[in-house]
Design a protein around this ligand. Sequence first.
Ligand code: AMP
Ligand code: GLY
Length: 428
Amino acid sequence: MNVLIIGSGAREHAMAWAAAKSDRVSSVFVAPGNGGTALMGGKVRNVPLKATDLDALLAFAAANAIELTVVGPEQPLELGIVDLFRRDGRKIVGPSQAAARLESSKVFAKEFMRRYAIPTAGYHVFTDAASADRYIESLPAESWPQVIKASGLCAGKGVIIALDRQQALEASYAMFDDRIFGDAADEVVFEDFLKGQEASVFALTDGARYRLFLSAQDHKRIGDGDTGKNTGGMGAYAPAPLVSAEVMRKVEERVIVPTLKGMAEEGYPYTGFLYVGLMIDALGDPYVVEYNARLGDPETQVVLPLLKSDLVAALQASVEGTLDTVEFEMHAKSATTIVIASGGYPDHYDSGKPVTIDDEVYQLQECMVFHAGTAFEGDRLVTAGGRVFSVTALGDTLKESIDRAYQAVPNISFEGAYYRKDIGAKGL
Ligand code: AMP
Ligand code: GLY
């Protein structure tokens, strides 16, 4: 069958790689894909359609007998691509527009969690600077820090941690008056600060049944030791030792089950990938930091290589309501992925830098080079984004996967290439 994957990052390259391994798949189209998916050959081909051009994507699916569509990023979900495809009778993996609000509206997500007693930080919502500022002035000393979030989609950048009253007033001014996050900050959430360690859990669900991938830990900051600015993610590893079987059981019981039940009860059953970002406290109790309506990037680049069974079979089962019987098996290994970024990222960076990939990298054991932001200029591979590569390696232990990934990275070079040197260290 023919599969369409929507998106252009390393997440979608990893999805295309996993889909192409499936015996039941004859063609994998990636819209728009990147230099890495262009290089794959075999079953995989790029289609020059934007991830947000929903009508063109639907027309392409109809014209090319696409039997299964998989949505990578959040924007098409927020725009309602799943509803559009379903109305046309097409199978697609992802949540409806109403269900995707778990990610696209932090206010919706917080109110939903309050309705179903799902553990998360306490919060208040404001729609104007005057009320927010009155709240800030009223907070006692023990209420700091506060986490201040634009409610709408901001590519992971709409969060400010205010250590004191002054910083909170500045954040309120920046969001309401300077409108640094535009309409995404029409509603602003003030959250209590959660202490603990972060990890993420990913489920594939048909609205009632679900299957779990391995847990993962992302590295969001640009600098070693989790310092500097927030990025889309500079590396990840899986599984996260922090998420023991006992913690996972609590996450299922306290978060995943009530989330699916609540969404179904309210009339918008949640389908597709559910990403739960968690803070795990000292007692091993999980609190939801955020929901995402998709798989994470770079987490996908460790989670999918650890899936031993057929990804496409599981995705098909999820749209056909047979998720409880499909094979869903993981390798008993660890994986680490290291993101190679353009110099300057997450601030200004230049694109169009020629890239060299040493062929030796393809001989390395259990190593995969996923492209995040590359493109072809004629027949020359060049950088085309802030995050340029995501280099993954598997190992029998986390340590082995880290060492293998770091052995691979120097085989890729371009001017200004930057990567963190401590990915995975906090899991050891
Ligand atoms: P979000 O976009 O909601 O995931 O927030 C981005 C990052 O801010 C998270 O990955 C956390 O590191 C941090 N963060 C968000 N909410 C909280 C919270 N309530 N307490 C502590 N840290 C938080
Ligand atoms: N790596 C974080 C995200 O995909 O949102």
